[in-house]
Design a protein around this ligand. Structure first.
Ligand code: R5P
Length: 282
């Protein structure tokens, strides 16, 4: 088995390889003078491969396609997409729109595909391969427990993430609840109500991803206004687009923690053990 890490998942794929006592296969990722991507796998052995590459940018997507194509002689190709960008466009919201998640999935020519807490698991059906979603809730839960917060409450910023938050809270025996969110526009949300008393409690707001930070900014303000002590943010996918980090700190967040499905300074929890255990079980 060869572990091939794409440009967006170099650290994560190295960690997965280490968990499996393998040396990750080194690749060249450069660009032609006109800006096109050049990818080359620097290993000529033909073997079963696991390609690990998040789709954060459009270039990441092209690099993934190039890696899959370069492995055409491999007897088995497993593809791990730790963060699958475009998964939020999992259906047509307006006429004339594409189902972007489907458009991406249809291009992935592999035997098996694995995602990590993909935005909607229904997108797995769009792949022409056996597709599975891995769940990082246990790893995140263990990390939150290791933070040693007293009487902490796990809060979902909306009803949509509640199932994930409940699973995480259950892993570590913490209380949980959720807020009610209404999205006004791409980066504006209003958040109201909740029956929980947060007065004097440490809060960990948990979601599958933080993108513009709009959801979390409003949630932090609401919780702080209701007397919460420290508010921490945790997520699987730290997209943290544009000025999200600064907006979150301005809103009063104590710390932001996430996994390494997207490799950022906040990525203190690795999903490598989850991916490695899955590969081992194949
Ligand atoms: C939405 O359904 C997701 O779970 C996140 O709540 C959302 O993507 C976060 O977006 P933003 O950070 O832009 O508010």
């Amino acid at each position: 088995m060869k572990i091939i890490g794409g440009p967006a998942s170099q650290a994560l794929s190295s960690r997965v390889a280490r968990e499996l006592n393998l040396e990750p296969t080194v690749c060249d990722f450069t660009r032609f003078p006109d800006g096109e991507l050049y990818t080359r796998i620097l290993d000529e052995d033909v073997d079963e491969v696991t390609i690990i590459q998040s789709i954060i940018t459009d270039s990441d997507f092209v690099a993934l396609l190039q890696l899959i194509d370069a492995c055409e002689d491999s007897p088995v190709i497993n593809v791990v997409i730790p963060y699958m960008g475009y998964a939020r466009q999992d259906r047509k919201f307006k006429t004339g729109e594409p189902i972007s998640a489907r458009a991406i999935a249809r291009t992935i020519n592999a035997d098996r595909v694995f995602t990590v807490n993909v935005h909607k698991t229904s997108v797995l059906d769009y792949f022409n391969a056996d597709a599975f979603d891995l769940d990082a809730s246990q790893l995140i839960g263990y990390h939150i427990r290791s933070m040693g917060l007293k009487d902490a409450l796990l809060v979902s910023p909306d009803a949509g993430a509640m199932e994930f938050v409940e699973r995480t809270a259950k892993e570590i025996g913490y209380d949980c609840d959720y807020l009610e969110k209404t999205r006004i526009s791409g980066d504006t949300v209003t958040i109201k109500t909740k029956s929980i008393d947060v007065q004097g409690r440490d809060i960990v707001l948990l979601d599958d991803m933080i993108a513009t930070g709009g959801t979390m900014v409003e949630s932090i303000k609401l919780l702080k206004g209701q007397g919460a002590k420290d508010v921490y943010l945790a997520c699987v996918h730290p997209v943290l687009a544009r000025n999200a980090v600064m907006r979150l700190y301005n809103a009063g967040v104590r710390d932001i923690i996430s996994t390494d499905t997207i490799e950022k300074t906040q990525s203190c929890i690795s999903v490598a053990p989850l991916i490695a255990a899955t590969i081992k079980g194949l």
